[in-house]
Each structure stands twice: as C-alpha cells, then as structure tokens.
Design a binder for this molecule. Structure first.
Ligand code: SF4
Ligand code: SF4
Length: 439
C-alpha cells in the first residue's frame, strides 16, 4: 500500500476532475467504496468520454490500485447511459464482473462528487466535508489512468482535454502540460469568429483566461465563445456590477435555492438569502458563511435565475474572503436530509445546452493525435490544492520530458511537477518555462 502511495506521489498525480487534490494523499487511507468518476457533465466537453473509449483497460488498472491502496471492498465505474462505446470498452476489460458499472442519466451536475456519492451509495457527504467522511474515495477516470501510468513509473506530463465552441474542428487531444490555450485552439482548426474569449473548463464552471493560459493537470477543456455570447458576458461581470445588479433586480424568487444541488442534498446553503443579505446592506454573518458550502456549479447563475443575476460569483467572492480570514464553516455536523424534490430538479444536459445558448456548438469532439510538440511550455508550479511546488531547476538547465522541475515543500500538502517536453529552462518563478530542443 505504501509503495502505491509513494509511486503516485512521485508521478505528481492530482485530481484531474477540476479539484487538483493530490492523489497520493487522497488514497493514503482506508475506505469501503471507491468510485471511478466518468460522469463528465460539463456541456461541450468529451475528454473523459474519449479517454474511457480508448483506455478503459488502463482506467480499470488504476481503479484496482486504488482499491488495493485503500483496502476498499467495493469499486464501481460510474458513467452515463449514453456512453455506449465506453460501456462496451469497460465490459471488454472486465467491467461489470470484477467492477460494477453504475450507469446514470445525462444530467447536470452528475459528476459533482457529493451528488455522485449520493447517487451510488445513498450516503450523504456532510456539509463542508469530503467523501472520505462517509467511507468513499472518488477518483476521476483521468486520475485513474494517471495512477496506472504512475505504477509503471510514468509521471503526469500530459492532459487529455476537449477544445470546443467556436472552433473549426472540435477535438479531444492529449497535450503536453504547459502548452498555451491559443495553441490548443490552432490544433482545433482555429476560431470561427474574430472576436472571442476563452474559457478554461466548460461553460458552467470554466474560468475566463487569456490566450497564453498554460494547460494544467486540471484543465479539462478550452472552450471558445464569441465575446458577446451571454455565457461570456456573465463571466465578465465584476463584483461591483454583480452587487449593483443584485440590489436592483433580485426579486427573492427562491429559484436559485430551489435548484441548488447542495441545498437539494440537504445542506444549509440558500443562495437567495445570501443575495438578500449582501444586497440590502444588512450583512448577516450566519447567512454569508453559507457561501463556504457552495461548489460553484453555476446552476443558480446560468440556469435558475430569471433575472440573470450571479449568486455563484457572490459566493465565490465570499469564499475567497473567508479563506483569507481563515473562517471555516461554523455549522455543527449533522445528518443531512435530501429534499424529495431533488430527483425532479436534475437538469437534463439537452435543456442546459438550450438555456446556455450553445446548441450550435454541441458537437462531437473525437480524439485526435497531435503531430508536433510545442516549441515552448509554461508549467505552473501551483496547479493543485495545497502549497506550490518548489523549483528544482534553474535557468539554463537542460531537462528531459518527465524530469521533476518542482518538488513538494517539506511537510506540506502539494504535488510534484514535471517537465512535459525536452528542452532548456529559460525562466523560473511561479512557472517554469522550457524552450524545446529539437533534433
Ligand atoms: S433566482 Fe435570482 S432573482 Fe431569484 S432569488 Fe435567486 S438571485 Fe434573486
Ligand atoms: S453555484 Fe449556486 S447552485 Fe451551485 S452550489 Fe453554489 S449556490 Fe448552489
């Protein structure tokens, strides 16, 4: 068990689903259930689906290692009914026998860890808690793939992602960590519009980034949308605008709360009350700290609110502030009771796509191999939960792909970072920049 944890640590594996939690810490525990999370639910993104189609055997190998490391009795592969090819691929590799397949409908946010744990086990992850507290470890399918490679001594130097939206040829690609968003867009045939903005991640949870944004271990997508697209407009609002609009337009309709996946699981998160408290200048700390429970899924902002307001952004701001102040969720641990309305509030992806106005971009993004390595990569030393890695290379050093460029600071939570191409180090700071040496 220690050997598995150590190899995963050496390879720098982190949660590929978005959280970036160091995997060697996550699996260094005992639980009774392990879930492979293949319930990719962000519209337009297909990278997990493509990986499952192609690498089901490796994913199951990773799942086997996690089951062994955690001494779990049960391990399940969770994916959507519509992923027929992936289901077939898992079955061909023993899925359904050694590992149960848990097949789900196509709804948002099926891939959220709290929702997934509830769907599969009917256990409730406590408010501000983690699945481990109810005896479950959840690992994204790409993390499991990386674990299988780690056991062969291969570090994480690549990321499978989808390039989608206003691009000529939506694709899913395996790219070196540190390649720029702009280069990914070129690999998808280039943009189809002159004025566009880029999201790292999907339309729901993705963040606006610049063209030089470097792909990281947690980047599941690069989505291009016209600058005037409503999803982009929403993400461009600054907090002053968000508060001003909330004051002027929040009608306290309760819709954001009624649709909130965490509220529906029984957590004490009521975004309409947070909006009321921030908008009317009567800040109530008991209400505001509820923001800590928000997973920033975007349902309130991009689906529920009839007034186009942004409870999610408000929560993100409060979470940041509370994080800086060291404020933790003060609520006592208690049993959560799921609302009976939860089942009917799952959002079918087709409806979500319609509401977001991205139907024209809802296209397959088949796997494509890239033929040429980039000339340069910019590798962030912090692309995971915890402390940034400490650089272990200096300007002028020659590095090989897979060589460590950042180490975990002593006694800190963190992850190792590796060179993704062969080249020479030209900058070291918060990132390590490597210029390719080509033969
Ligand atoms: S859905 Fe919008 S208008 Fe309704 S309470 Fe929430 S923020 Fe206010
Ligand atoms: S983003 Fe909105 S809907 Fe999602 S968890 Fe937070 S408050 Fe709830």
């Amino acid at each position: 068990m220690k050997e598995i944890v150590s190899k995963v640590r050496e390879a720098g594996v982190v949660g590929a689903g978005g959280g970036g939690f160091p995997t060697h810490v996550k699996i260094d525990t005992s639980v009774d259930v392990v879930l492979a999370n293949g319930a990719e639910c962000e519209p337009l993104l297909h990278c997990n689906q493509e990986l499952m189609n192609r690498e089901a055997g490796k994913i199951l190998e990773g799942l086997r290692w996690v089951r062994e490391a955690t001494s779990a009795k049960k391990a399940l592969v969770c994916l959507k009914k519509k992923y027929e090819k992936a289901i077939e691929a898992f079955r061909a590799h023993g899925g359904g026998k050694e590992f149960e397949l848990f097949v789900m409908d196509d709804f948002y946010p099926a891939g959220d860890e709290f929702s997934l744990v509830y769907e599969v086990t009917r256990r409730q992850v406590p408010e501000a808690g983690i699945p481990l507290m109810v005896g479950v470890v959840v690992s994204n399918v790409e993390s499991l793939y990386n674990i299988a490679r780690a056991m062969q001594g291969i570090p994480v130097t690549e990321r499978m992602l989808t390039v989608a939206g206003a691009v000529r040829k939506p694709v899913s690609l395996n790219v070196p960590i540190g390649i720029s968003a702009e280069e990914c867009i070129v690999l998808a045939g280039g943009p189809t519009v002159d004025e566009y903005r880029i999201l790292a991640g999907g339309p729901m949870m993705g963040k606006l980034v610049e063209p030089d944004y470097p792909v990281q271990k947690t980047t599941s997508g690069i989505v291009v949308l016209p600058s005037d697209h409503p999803v982009i407009q929403k993400k461009r609002l600054d907090i002053k605008d968000i508060v001003r609009r909330a004051k002027a337009a929040c009608i306290q309709c309760f819709s954001c709360t009624e649709m909130c996946p965490r509220y529906l699981l029984g957590h004490r998160l009521e975004p309409h009350k947070i909006m009321r408290s921030t908008s009317y200048g009567r800040a109530d700390t008991d209400i505001l700290t509820q923001a800590i429970l928000c997973c920033e899924c975007g349902v309130c902002e991009l689906f529920a609110c009839p007034m186009f307001l942004s409870p999610r952004e408000m929560n993100a701001l409060l979470r940041k502030k509370f994080g800086e102040q060291g404020v933790r969720w003060p609520g006592p641990k208690r049993e959560c009771e799921t609302y009976s309305t939860r089942e009917g509030r799952k959002i079918p992806i087709g409806r979500l796509v319609g509401r977001l106005g991205i139907k024209a971009y809802d296209l397959p993004a088949p796997f494509t191999t890239i033929k040429q390595a980039p000339d340069r990569v910019t590798i962030p030393l912090s692309q995971h939960t915890g402390a940034a890695a400490i650089p272990v290379v200096k300007v002028g050093d020659r590095v090989e792909a897979g060589q460590p460029v950042g180490e975990i600071p002593e006694k800190k939570l963190g992850a190792r970072v590796h060179a993704s191409i062969r080249g020479r180090v030209t900058q070291v700071g918060k990132t390590v920049v490597i210029e390719a040496i080509k033969n």
